[in-house]
Write a protein of this length. Structure first.
Length: 381
């Protein structure tokens, strides 16, 4: 039986939704233990969080630099760090832990620029550390199943992809979404992009994961709709893939009535796959003859590579936390495999730093397209 993996966290202090979610998701399988952290820029708040989480006071650090240095020197130091801070801080934090030889799990987008993301990719390869970017929705059993069906040719050659991710939480003037939204709407802290960075990177990753296709070029319109906003809150993007297939992506934070409505429709030469994040128990498959088949998680029709992540029988709903937990399950399995010398690249079943780099390439191409009057722009590689 593999031993529990030790981890630390940067961010995730009082009032943090995402930090608490990561901790709960990691705890689902019980194969990792939180032993260190810098939970807030405020030492007092960080200490309060450490106490609530039963962290040894000596391992509640004053800075991420101190944590990386001291944990890497300990015989029982952390084996990975979870970075759940605002976007603008990801690069420096991740770099410090990579240089210390510590594996990294970082919230998306991985940085606020393509160049810094690419630098982390090269540094991680050089240091031989694992790097996961938590595109949570790709942990759902049904999203992995969709990926397998498309890769196995079930719908033939992919012709077009319709993907959307509307929310309505920032639809009103003067409302910046509280603590969770304020930094996203601030160009100094978000990297000059709001909705497309927050939601569009999920759409790009979901489409890429499902289809295996690489983007060739994009044409984007990034609107600022709500008065008083500076950054985009509603985006439409035409995309073309390297194989000639096309698609349309829509992301919005002003779609009143929408909660967390990530949805993909993938149309191929032999059929169609429909997937909706808010109902991840079901995948819809339509064949050439118009037969519509709903395949439920928990049944034998689901491919083994996807089914192994199921935790409950069919009808016992699994959701967002379980999906994130599935990513961490693969990540910690890979960490243990590296320790015992059994690791191979095909064991990786989570979004990597490469996915993070591709997300930033997509964002920057869209920004350039919008700035230059909604023209086609090639996506970097």
């Amino acid at each position: 039986m593999a031993e529990r993996v030790r981890y630390g966290m940067v961010g995730g202090g009082p009032g943090s939704f995402i930090g608490d979610a990561h901790r709960k998701a990691i705890a689902i399988d019980g194969n990792a233990e939180l032993v260190a952290g810098v939970f807030s820029r405020s030492p007092e708040k960080s200490k309060v969080t450490a106490e609530l989480l039963h962290i040894d006071p000596e391992r509640c650090y004053g800075s991420y630099q101190e944590m990386a240095e001291k944990e890497s020197a300990r015989e029982d130091g952390i084996e990975f760090v979870v970075v759940v801070t605002p976007n603008f801080s990801h690069y420096e934090i991740c770099k410090a832990f990579i240089e210390a030889g510590i594996n990294v799990a970082c919230d998306k987008p991985v940085t606020i620029s393509y160049d810094t993301a690419a630098e982390l990719r090269e540094l991680a390869a050089e240091k031989g550390v694992l790097f996961m970017v938590t595109y949570t929705y790709m942990g759902h059993v049904t999203s992995k199943f969709a990926r397998d069906l498309i890769a196995n040719g079930e719908i033939g050659e992919v012709r077009t992809v319709m993907a959307e991710y509307p929310q309505g939480w920032l639809a009103h003037e003067g409302d910046f979404g509280g603590k969770q939204g304020e930094w996203r709407c601030d160009p100094a802290r978000s990297g000059g992009v709001n909705c497309l960075g927050d939601l569009g990177t999920h759409v790009e990753n979901a489409a890429a994961t499902f289809t295996g296709l690489k983007l060739k070029r994009v044409l984007a319109r990034m609107d600022v709709v709500v008065p008083g906003r500076v950054l985009d809150d509603n985006d439409q993007v035409l995309v073309e893939y390297e194989n000639g297939a096309t698609g349309i992506y829509w992301t919005s934070q002003i779609a009143i009535g929408c909660d967390n409505s990530l949805r993909l429709r993938v149309y191929g030469s032999k059929g169609t796959i429909l997937w909706f994040q808010e109902n991840p128990e079901v995948l819809t498959l339509i064949d050439n003859d118009g037969n519509i088949k709903e395949i439920h998680r928990g049944y034998g029709a689901v491919t083994p590579g996807a089914a192994k992540y199921g935790r409950l029988p069919a009808g016992h709903t699994e959701g967002w936390l379980e999906a994130m937990g599935n990513l961490y399950r693969s990540f910690t399995e890979c960490i243990n495999a590296k320790k015992d010398g059994s690791f191979t690249a095909d064991m990786v079943d989570y979004p990597t730093i490469e996915d993070g780099v591709e997300g930033l390439a997509f964002v920057e191409a869209c920004l350039e397209s919008n700035k230059n009057g909604n023209v086609w722009v090639e996506v970097k590689r």
